[in-house]
Design a protein. Structure first.
Length: 349
């Protein structure tokens, strides 16, 4: 039972990935769906629920482990950027960019400074309201980060009027500081970090759900594009091809062999899947003219299904975004409270 509770979030991610796996089978291998149904009927006829449960657990755990790793890199990959003149066009919503923005906002002078009317801070030792205590081992790097962009103008932005070296330097500082803060907070024990653990589990589940939703929405989009009579339907997979090629170009130039190209692989595979589906539909049209949207028993997809898949994907993505902010804020403020210690009450004279 303990092992199941540890792997519960991974199993949920794997279960959420099963719909788009079945959608792949239905879209690309609809002629062989009867074989899959016979296999499921055979498993049911064996009357071995324990064996079926073990197989289902192994499948969902394996699929969830793969999807969670790919989703983590997919939503924290900064290879998708373009330098246009003096501006850097980048994806402003990644795990690192969100964390950098949260980190910067927590270090603003008005956030760190103590209010003069606070009786708990008036009687303390002479302090510089915007400086951290010398006992903080990360004070130097935090102060360096604060001086880099004190007003937080360019953190978490899609268009940055700065060279990418400036962005890399700022994100590197956060990458050096935040893991130490996170480790220091987690070492306080599970009882004191129950809320933090809940946020972490929610991040993994919502991130996996958003990734699975993106795959399902893309497959529905390709399926829906087969109903179009215009040749523009061949341009739909290009929406995934060009970002994938741009990200792959920067990945091969800037990354090491220890960093697999998960996002690039996903985008390029989706582009290839879209063209493959359109090509199958074209061959079917040649054999049976006039039957739009019918291929090996597969019927048309409604636009409502496409809208529903987009809505669910956007909901999961926004949920992950908000939870990521809450998690980063909890870690940073918990570490700050851990370093400063509880405030001592002032006794009236």
């Amino acid at each position: 039972m303990g092992a199941f509770s540890i792997a519960f979030d991974i199993i949920i991610v794997g279960a959420l990935a099963l719909p788009w796996v079945l959608l792949v089978i239905h879209v690309f291998f609809s002629a062989n769906e009867s074989s899959l149904k016979k296999l499921l009927d055979w498993v049911k006829d064996q009357n071995q629920p324990a064996v079926a449960g073990v197989l289902l657990f192994a499948m969902t755990y394996s699929l969830g482990s793969a999807v969670s790793r790919i989703a983590q890199d997919f939503f924290d990959d900064d290879d998708l950027h373009i330098q246009v003149s003096n501006y850097l066009l980048q994806v402003g919503v990644t795990e690192t960019s969100i964390r950098t923005d949260v980190f910067c906002n927590t270090l603003k002078p008005e956030t760190v400074a103590a209010k003069p009317s606070d009786p708990l801070t008036e009687k303390r030792e002479p302090s510089k309201t915007t400086d951290l205590k010398p006992s903080d081992p990360l004070a130097e790097k935090r102060e360096q980060f604060r001086k880099t962009d004190p007003d937080c103008k360019y953190t978490g932005r899609w268009i940055v009027p700065k060279p990418d070296e400036w962005i890399d330097n700022q994100e590197k500082l956060v990458g050096d500081v935040f893991p130490i803060q996170e480790a220091a907070v987690l070492l306080q024990g599970t009882d004191k970090n129950e809320r933090l653990r809940q946020f972490h589990d929610q991040i993994m589940v919502l991130r996996g759900a958003a990734f699975s939703g993106l795959i399902a929405f893309s497959l529905c989009l390709f399926w829906w594009s087969t109903n179009l009579r215009s040749t523009l339907r061949w341009a739909v997979p290009s929406v995934y091809l060009f970002p994938g090629l741009i990200a792959l170009y920067h990945h091969l130039r800037e990354r090491s062999a220890s960093d697999p190209p998960y996002m690039e692989f996903t985008l390029l595979v989706l582009a290839a899947a879209g063209w493959c589906l359109l090509w199958q539909h074209r061959l079917k049209q040649r054999r049976v003219p006039g039957e739009l949207g019918v291929l090996n028993g597969r019927r048309k997809i409604r636009a409502a299904h496409l809208v529903l898949s987009f809505f669910l994907t956007a909901t999961a993505f926004l949920g992950w975004w908000a939870t990521q902010v809450l998690y980063d804020q909890t870690v940073i403020y918990s570490y700050q409270a851990l370093i400063e210690g509880p405030a001592k009450p002032v006794t009236p004279k």
